[in-house]
Design a protein. Structure first.
Length: 161
């Protein structure tokens, strides 16, 4: 059974390992590259996890004690006011299509309902229909008024507070 929980400071190295795997395996779906992130002493979410920062959250999905998926939200977005921006969503290949992505999204949504966040938003590459489907099934809708990248779309969802 897969469980989802907030990543605490002791899990920052597991986070680093899985996000580097994601960047290496699926570079076309992320805004930063493997080499760039590998060379950083501390990545953005790695630092937030270790500091227990209020600037964002990273949750992890565990299967038999192994971190098999992650989903992060930053509250430092300038795209929309009072928004949380979902970034770095990833589920290992052998755990995809099993509802793990939906569990991660639900956990983030529930956590944001207790914050000063009225909308969640995310940007996804148009050529990633699997991710778009997960986001739509989680309640996100396409928002063509945001962004100017022809290769990506923004999706938004109101947060019930």
């Amino acid at each position: 059974m897969t469980t989802v929980k907030l990543l605490e400071p002791g899990y920052s190295s597991a986070y680093r390992e899985i996000i580097l795997e994601a960047l290496k395996e699926y570079p076309e779906f992320f805004g930063s590259g493997y080499e760039q992130q590998l060379n950083l002493e501390k990545m953005y979410f790695e630092r937030l996890i270790e500091e227990k920062s209020e600037k964002g959250l990273m949750v992890g999905a565990y299967y038999d004690g192994e971190l098999v998926g992650i989903c992060g939200v930053t509250f430092e977005t300038e795209v929309l006011p009072n928004a949380g921006e979902i970034i770095q969503m990833y589920v290992k290949a052998d755990h995809q299509s099993q509802g793990v992505g939906k569990k991660l999204m639900r956990h983030i949504q529930d956590a944001c309902a207790t914050k000063d966040v009225s909308v969640l938003l995310l940007e996804v590459v148009r050529e990633n229909p699997g991710a778009i489907k997960v986001y739509e099934q989680s309640g996100y809708i396409l928002n063509e008024s945001l962004g100017d990248d022809p290769n990506a779309v923004f999706m938004t969802m109101a947060v019930n507070q």
